[in-house]
Design a protein around this ligand. Structure first.
Ligand SMILES: CC1(C)CN=C(N2CCN(c3ncnc4sc(CC(F)F)cc34)CC2)S1
Length: 487
């Protein structure tokens, strides 16, 4: 590990964004691995100086300048982190050895036991070592990151961060295939720190992405800390210097190839580019597409967020037909999983799409009568069915139910907005008898597109037909309603 060397120290005191980018560049291009503790402390210090309560007056700083960051501030915290780790774990005998589960548990205990007794865990700005070293507070990602940074400080180059879409753990050992929980997840769940990643039912939950997590290199761990930078000043305002720093650091990592296997980081960059496009760079829509391609290429299309990044972009830009397709593709991913109580985050995501975003779209478009309204397009109806059908299939075979009556009303409301002649163009094809499909949900390796048959009708393939009973119920209810209204 390069550590905190003179080439970086001469850049202090840090006064602007480009000097911070320069330090990250030096670390990433050095022939040693980048120093996670150093970069997390610097990113956290910059974020803290521009967003935290301490300077409540909205900073009016020169564009791209930062409140001055002195060398001793960073150096003292860096030395403190090394002292904590080396004071707690004796590694003299394990020079250049791979790490053991026992040592990882010790490092996790050091972090865990040094945290403030009780604090609001979901608060912003609790993700960096700056927060850990100055406030003794970390969020669940921050604990996992601190353990990996601690192991790096102790000389273990085999310990790496493993990331799902809502959880983080570590991999280690000779072939990097040992796994260990090092942090908590969610509210009120007993932490499983020290244990290997679930082989049981939790393995089928979205939380562990069907054992297709992002396994980080050191540079991807830098991408994770950069992704975790939080520019929010409060619920409505962002500190633009912090957002600008995050955006420039993500482009630096992108250009060095370190985001290629990290769909969520590409998605984060897409979100930032949508707000403030960088001249000469690809449009944000291309980044959302790249994130999807990365998830399909490296993670067997088992990740949901790349599609919801893209769907959110289409929705915000009133591209509703395209949004339906992205959301249907997201639903094609979740249908492979069994819903478990650890999956609240993605449940909330689908709930918001089904019960807020789609109803909003139905409201704003049904006022217009334009001929090319999406209500006239069978592919929109097909994608909506595919979206709802995936959620139904997600529920099937799961211990915990997904759907409740609150889902049905917006669902029927939406379906009934499409005229019968449009709905008639969508065939629900049972390519094979449903009963022959076993209940295990084998991940399908093909990309997600709604299948189109030759005579330009839109058919839902065999997997979708599994919940055709729900679709039949909707169809019959809608038809009945129509009969009633046509009486
Ligand atoms: C389409 C969305 C709702 C927009 N933002 C989304 N994010 C998903 C989570 N985000 C992330 N971005 C980069 N890396 C990671 S690792 C991780 C799990 C945590 F426990 F470590 C989360 C996450 C960033 C924001 S999904």
């Amino acid at each position: 590990m390069a550590g905190f060397i003179d080439r970086d120290k001469v850049l202090f005191p840090l006064k602007n964004i480009s000097s911070v980018v320069e330090i990250f560049k030096n670390q990433l291009e050095s022939n040693h691995e980048p120093d996670l503790a150093l970069l997390s402390i610097i990113a956290g210090a910059v974020e803290n100086s521009l967003t935290c309560r301490s300077n409540v007056s909205i900073q009016v700083v020169e564009p791209k300048t930062l409140p001055i960051l002195e060398l001793h501030t960073i150096e003292d915290l860096y030395n403190k982190f090394h002292a904590i780790m080396k004071g707690a774990i004796d590694v003299s005998k394990s020079e250049n050895k791979v790490c053991t589960r026992e040592t990882i548990k010790k490092v996790s205990d050091v972090v865990w036991n040094s945290l403030t007794r009780s604090y609001y865990k979901d608060r912003a700005h609790l993700q960096s070592l700056y927060s850990y070293l100055t406030g003794r507070k970390l969020d669940c990602f921050g604990v996992a990151f601190a353990v990996v940074a601690g192991c790096q400080a102790l000389g273990f180059s085999d310990v790496h961060l493993a990331l799902s879409e809502d959880h983080a753990w570590v991999v280690f050992g000779e072939s990097g295939t040992e796994t260990a929980e090092v942090t908590w997840h969610g509210k009120g769940n007993e932490d499983k720190r020290g244990q290997e990643i679930g082989k049981g039912v939790s393995a089928r939950s979205w939380l562990y992405v069907n054992n297709k997590p992002v396994i980080c290199t050191r540079a991807m761990e830098v991408a994770a800390l950069v992704s975790a930078i939080n520019p929010s000043l409060n619920a409505t305002l962002d500190a633009c210097e912090v957002a600008c720093l995050q955006q420039e650091l993500l482009w630096l990592l992108y250009d060095l190839g370190h985001l290629a296997k990290y769909p969520m980081a590409i998605g984060n960059l897409g979100d930032l580019e949508e707000i403030a496009p960088t001249p000469g760079r690809v449009p944000c829509s291309a980044l959302f597409q790249e994130a999807i391609l990365s998830a399909r290429t490296y993670y067997n299309n088992q990740h949901v967020y790349p599609y919801t990044y893209q769907g959110g972009y289409f929705y915000r830009n009133k591209m509703y037909k395209e949004a339906f397709e992205s959301w249907a593709n997201a639903s094609d991913v979740i249908r492979l999983y069994n819903y478990s109580r650890d999956d609240e985050e993605i449940y909330k995501e689908f709930l918001e799409i089904a019960n807020e975003l789609i109803p909003h779209i139905m409201k704003v478009i049904s006022s217009g009568f334009s001929a090319n309204s999406i209500l006239k397009k069978p592919e929109c109806f097909a994608n909506l069915l595919r979206f709802y059908d995936g959620i139904c299939q997600w529920e099937q075979g799961s211990a915990t139910p997904v759907l409740h009556i609150g889902w049905a009303k917006p669902l029927v409301n939406t379906i009934s907005k499409f005229d019968a002649d449009v709905r008639a163009q969508v065939n629900i094809v049972c390519e094979s008898d449903c009963s022959s499909l076993d209940d295990r949900k084998l991940p399908r390796s093909n990309g997600n597109t709604s299948c189109f048959n030759n005579n330009n009708n839109y058919c839902l393939s065999q997997d979708h037909a599994k919940s055709h009973n729900l679709i039949d119920q909707i169809e019959s209810k809608v038809t009945k309603d129509e009969e009633v209204t046509n009486l």
